[in-house]
Design a protein around this ligand. Structure first.
Ligand SMILES: *Cc1c(COP(=O)(O)O)cnc(C)c1O
Length: 433
């Protein structure tokens, strides 16, 4: 949008006009989106870039098929983890040499949380607590539970509004997900990092729902450790490799427990003794899927195209305008008794998704009915702590437009008004929600 502060468009024609004036609009053509689908789940699995198929085919047929093992050098396979890390760096406000791509988000969390805890054990052994929030993504909680058991520490889980009150001198590490996967609520990374440092704790940030969606300034904000996901907003493909960022002052400290040969200072010395790389390279473990790394590169190249059009700042302005338009159209057209938005309305507190709860509508069946009508979002179940069931809609600004928002609200209003979601076929549960 030329002016994201303008009055949000509340008609189909106004939405179409916003798209026509949107300088980022052309980036949508970089994706192979199916006809008849409005894809509001790029926060869970990003869309397919048009270049990925040919790039992976080339990786298989020419590089692997013809170059065989020579391709580690001739095609630059060995350099890919650091090279892709350097390409992610501008999206997260990092120096190019401080990011490496490897493994999964869960595995990287294990590596950086271990490194942070071993650093703190040396500095401040009396600190016995990892602080996080109750509503963190389960894998983050599970990894922290395992490491706390191993280190003899306690994991303190509190509601987000109580984090500051619980930051005390017992805390070794504050471990948070920047944008909450359920609600889309976004923490103030800089303020919480400063608050953690003020009590002598380190920070570990999970950027799964931030990287590629909101601008980040990890280095300037003096965060300590961060990890993020390759298959969500970065569009690297299902199960794409993830990334690790570590502030340069911590890279040579702390123990990365998965001390595999790719993290060695000289992997091809084949030394019997582990000697970690002095830099971010030590956060690698072993050989990666080269084809998956190459597919992630195709996702990153779309962000590189966006760079000339204003980069992450422009994408963020568009994302906020998209979510705001969705909320304004909902306020206009959808009875508020049906669905309530749980995502903060304040721009600085919201990521790139909207989540809705309902007392009168089965949000699982509603999600399924929307998918049947071509509007793909997803469902996140509530829990025993009182978190509600949610319909979750993600707005990836690289390929979602204002007309998509208009049609998505239109379909949602129709599905609610007609009661289509009550059809028993939509209540049938699938393995993946
Ligand atoms: C998606 C997501 C993950 C995913 O972890 P994987 O190891 O890729 O399965 C982890 N943490 C958060 C907060 C996520 O949103």
């Amino acid at each position: 949008m030329s002016n994201p502060n303008a009055t949000p468009p509340l008609s189909l024609a106004a939405c179409q006009q916003c798209d026509a004036q949107d300088p980022l609009r052309g980036l949508r053509d970089a994706f192979a989106l199916p006809a008849g689908v409005i894809y509001l789940d790029g926060n869970s699995l990003g869309a397919l870039p048009r270049t990925t198929e040919a790039c992976v085919a080339d990786g298989i047929t020419r590089q692997w098929g013809q170059s065989l093992i020579r391709a580690w050098n001739s095609e630059g396979w060995f350099a890919l983890p650091r090279q892709l890390g350097a390409r992610i760096a501008p999206l997260i406000g990092a120096q190019p040499t401080d990011v490496v791509v490897a493994d999964s988000t869960s595995i990287n969390l294990f590596k950086v949380l271990s490194a942070a805890l071993s650093t703190m054990r040396a500095l401040s052994p009396q600190r016995r607590t990892v602080l996080t929030e109750t509503d963190n993504f389960p894998t983050d909680l599970y990894i922290a539970q395992s490491l706390c058991a191993q280190y003899g520490l306690s994991l303190r889980c509190v509601p987000p509004q109580e984090l500051l009150a619980h930051l005390d001198t017992e805390v070794a590490v504050l471990m948070l997900t920047h944008v909450n996967y359920r609600t889309g609520a976004m923490h103030d990374l800089r303020a919480l990092t400063q608050a953690a440092h003020a009590v002598g704790a380190l920070t570990v940030w999970d950027l799964a729902h931030s990287a590629g969606a909101v601008p980040l300034a990890l280095h300037a904000d003096e965060a300590d450790y961060a990890i993020g996901c390759g298959y969500k907003y970065l569009n690297g493909g299902p199960g794409a490799p993830a990334f690790v960022w570590v502030h340069p002052k911590h890279q040579a400290l702390g123990q990365q427990p998965l001390s595999g040969w790719w993290g060695h200072a000289q992997p091809f010395a084949f030394d019997a003794q582990y000697c970690p790389a002095p830099d971010i390279g030590r956060f690698q473990c072993g050989t990666q899927s080269v084809l998956a790394l190459q597919a992630l590169g195709c996702g990153l190249s779309v962000f590189e195209q966006a760079q000339a059009l204003g980069g992450m700042a422009a994408l963020r302005a568009k994302s906020l305008a998209l979510t705001q338009t969705f909320l304004d159209l909902m306020a206009l057209r959808c009875p508020s008794a049906d669905l309530q938005c749980v995502t903060p309305r304040t721009d600085t507190q919201r990521g790139s998704q909207l989540s809705f709860q309902s007392a009168s509508v089965d949000t699982y069946a509603l999600t399924q009915a929307l998918i049947a009508r071509g509007v793909i979002g997803d469902f996140r179940a509530g829990d025993s702590n009182g978190a509600p069931d949610l319909l979750r809609l993600g707005f990836a600004p690289l390929y979602i437009g204002f007309e998509d928002v208009w049609h998505a609200v239109d379909v949602l209003v129709q599905v609610l008004a007609s009661g289509l979601w009550r059809d028993p076929v939509f209540a049938q549960r699938h393995g993946v929600t």
